[in-house]
Each structure stands twice: as C-alpha cells, then as structure tokens.
Design a protein around this ligand. Structure first.
Ligand SMILES: Nc1ncnc2c1ncn2[C@@H]1O[C@H](COP(=O)(O)OP(=O)(O)OP(=O)(O)O)[C@@H](O)[C@H]1O
Ligand SMILES: [Mg+2]
Length: 284
C-alpha cells in the first residue's frame, strides 16, 4: 500500500469514528425527548410552519416542555413566527443552547446562524444533510416532552435526513391545501413517509374555507374536501381542516401563535381538535 492509500484509509477511519460518535450523541439526546413529530407537505406555502408553531404553542400552553427544530434551511420562518427574530444560538457546556420563545418553546433554526436577514444558503445536498445532522446532534434540548420538526416542502435532502436519522420518530403530520394540485402532491409525501417507515399521524387541510365576517357563511375557496378524500383513498387519518383567517396570518407576523392569542376564532377551535388527535395518536 502506498502512502496516499494509507492516508486515505486513515481519513476514512477518522470520519467513520466521528459519525459513530455523532450517532451516539444523537441517540443520547433523543432519549431525553418524549415524542418526536415532523410536519411536512408536498408543496410550499401550505402552512407547515404555521401548523408546527401553533402545535408547539398549544402543547406548551398545556404545560408540556416543547422544542421546535426548524429544518427549513433555505426559508427558516419558525423564529419569526415564535417571536425570536434576531436571537442567536449560544455554546453551552453540553452543546448549543437553543433560544426560548416568549411562549416557552425552545427553538433551533438556521436563521440564528445567518449573518444577515438577506443571507441565502447556497448549498448542495451533502452540505445540507450535514447541517441537519449537526443541528440534530449538537443542540442541547435537555428534557423535552415534544420535539417538533418543521420540514421544508417536498421530499428532499433535509426531510430524508430527518426521517432517516431521528431514532423512534412518533410520526409525521402532512399539511395540504384543498385544491386538486396539492391533493396530487400530498400522495408523494404519504409514500415518502411510508418508505422511510415513519408512521403517518394524518393529513391537515389548511386554508380550507373562509367564514364571511358579515354573514358567517362558510365559503369553500377551492372546492374543498380534497384532503379528506385523499386521506381515505390512501388509508391515512384525516385530522381536520383549518379556515383561512387574516387573524391567523397576523399571529405569524407578530410572533404570537393564534392558538394562544386568538382562542375563540373558528381557526383556533378547529386547530384544538387537530391537536387533540395528534396527542391521542402520539401518546396512545
Ligand atoms: N389558515 C390560514 N389563514 C391565514 N393565513 C395563513 C393560514 N395558514 C397559513 N397562513 C399564512 O400563509 C403563509 C404561509 O404559511 P407557512 O409559512 O406556514 O407555510 P409553509 O408551508 O411553512 O411554507 P414554506 O413551504 O415556504 O415553508 C404565512 O404567512 C402564514 O401566516
Ligand atoms: Mg415553512
């Protein structure tokens, strides 16, 4: 064996040892987390982050210890939605310490590491997978009842890494909109989760309908009922529908989840039912 070969072998061995140590650390950290739930969707902009942060806020308001991992590297929005814009990650004795939102939720996000608001992440697959691995391994969550993971849209590198690496994930919630195009794409998410052996908690239909502020009539903006039909066709639970509501959007912009701040809105009533189904699934 020549010197180049030997050097390569020793580098490979070092990388292997590092990966094994990372996996061990990940396992140890995740042993302190009661339940792990990922939120995904086939298409972008359907309300994954909204569902993630409001699920987190609902659980935290019941006294649960909750963390959110924002696994959307290109468009991290969880910090803003939870009132943590501008926060930074800090190094602690046992890893990186996640900032805590005003509602008591621990958050880790790429957004905390970017130098400026307009800095984009321009990475290829392997770098993105390494970044997710690092976030999963290095964040010191401490003891949590729930860790929620907000995935980017689709079935790309970030989602694959999360579902492959997270030991004993309780399941995924799939968010969709009630149009035929979204319905078609949601089937891909279901198949993806199944192939990765992640249990499917169910489908949520967001921006499902509008309640007229004048007469209270329910207006189906896009046909309606698509998610329920797809859920039944694919044999997965339908968790419920959330109406389109300007107060809901306002909560995302001000960092105050609507489920806590606007408890009486129809969206909150509908969302609490969804939370209940998720908790029932996860906690048995
Ligand atoms: N039911 C709703 N009523 C009103 N506004 C909503 C509703 N659901 C989501 N929104 C708003 O739509 C926008 C997109 O939602 P969100 O960011 O949660 O989608 P996403 O699926 O996470 O998007 P991305 O794929 O870019 O990560 C946000 O501004 C959010 O506040
Ligand atoms: Mg999002």
């Amino acid at each position: 064996m020549d010197a180049v070969d030997e050097a390569r072998k020793s580098e490979e061995a070092e990388a292997f040892v590092k990966r094994v140590e990372e996996l061990k650390q990940l396992r140890e950290r995740m042993e302190r987390v009661g339940h792990k739930v990922a939120v995904m969707s086939g298409k972008g902009g359907v309300g994954k982050s909204l569902v993630t942060v409001n699920l987190a806020a609902a659980l935290a308001s019941e006294g649960k210890r909750v963390g959110v991992l924002d696994a959307d590297l290109h468009g991290p929005t969880v910090p803003k939605m939870l009132g943590l814009k501008g926060a930074r990650l800090e190094a602690g004795e046992n890893g990186i310490i996640p900032p805590v939102s005003p509602s008591g939720i621990k958050v880790a996000s790429m957004d905390f590491l970017l130098p400026t608001q307009d800095s984009p992440i321009i990475w290829r697959g392997p770098l993105k997978m390494a970044a997710i691995r690092q976030l999963l391994t290095d964040i010191d969550w401490g003891d949590l009842d729930y860790l929620l993971i907000d995935l980017p849209p689709g079935t790309g590198d970030e989602s694959l890494t999360v579902l492959q690496l997270l030991p004993g994930i309780d399941g995924v919630v799939i968010v969709t909109m009630p149009n035929e195009v979204s319905g078609q794409v949601v089937e891909k998410s279901v198949t993806f989760a199944r192939q990765l052996k992640a249990p499917i908690i169910g489908l949520v239909e967001n921006m499902s309908y509008l309640i007229c502020p004048h007469c209270g009539e329910r207006i189906n903006l896009f046909g309606g009922g698509v998610a329920e039909r797809v859920a039944s066709e694919m044999g997965v639970p339908f968790l419920g529908a959330i109406p389109l509501d300007p107060k809901v959007a306002e909560g995302s912009d001000t960092g105050e989840p609507f489920i806590v701040k606007k408890r009486d809105r129809p969206a909150s009533v509908a969302f609490r039912e969804i939370v209940k189904k998720i908790v029932d699934f996860v906690e048995g």
